[in-house]
Ligand binder design. Structure first.
Ligand SMILES: [Zn+2]
Length: 155
């Protein structure tokens, strides 16, 4: 999908990157704390609530979700210097917004509360609760690709 999106959907000066795929429970806890118990980042910037999911409650914790970001080369020098989460932008000026709503993936921008525009997920009919049971029963697949560990539930 990744190569397809970059070559066929996005034009010159726009590239798609995955910002978040699998997220550990510890990373989820850190995210959940933002705007609640952690109010400022290291630079002193006020943090807002970005998720209502505690550890184990996000589809990311089961490796079935990804967040995207668009990288922009605004002056055409081959360096992608800007990141964009603008869902309306048409940076390659082909008359179509660059944001991708992939077939079969649920989009966080469609959520009723706390919209999550970079977020896409495919749960195969599961909820975080039924996925959590699979995790507890060790019904998960683990594989190592290029030195990195990935886990998936057996669906
Ligand atoms: Zn997400």
């Amino acid at each position: 999908m990744y190569t397809h999106v970059n070559q066929n959907l996005l034009g010159k000066g726009v590239r798609l990157r995955f910002a978040y795929t699998l997220r550990t429970d510890a990373e989820q806890a850190e995210l959940y704390a933002q705007g609640r118990t952690k109010l400022f980042d290291n630079a002193g910037k006020r943090l807002v609530i970005v998720t209502n999911a505690k550890p184990g409650q996000s589809i990311h914790n089961y490796g079935l979700a990804f967040d995207i970001v668009l990288l922009l080369d605004k002056n055409g020098d081959g360096v992608f210097e800007a990141a964009s989460w603008d869902t309306k932008a048409d940076n390659d000026k082909d008359g179509v917004t660059d944001w991708v709503k992939s077939k079969g993936w649920a989009w966080g921008g469609d959520w009723k509360s706390l919209k999550d525009y970079p977020h896409f997920e495919k749960t195969f009919g599961h909820t975080w609760k039924t996925l959590h049971v699979k995790m507890d029963n060790q019904e998960i697949i683990s594989e190592n690709i290029a030195g990195k560990n990935y886990i998936y539930p057996t669906l």
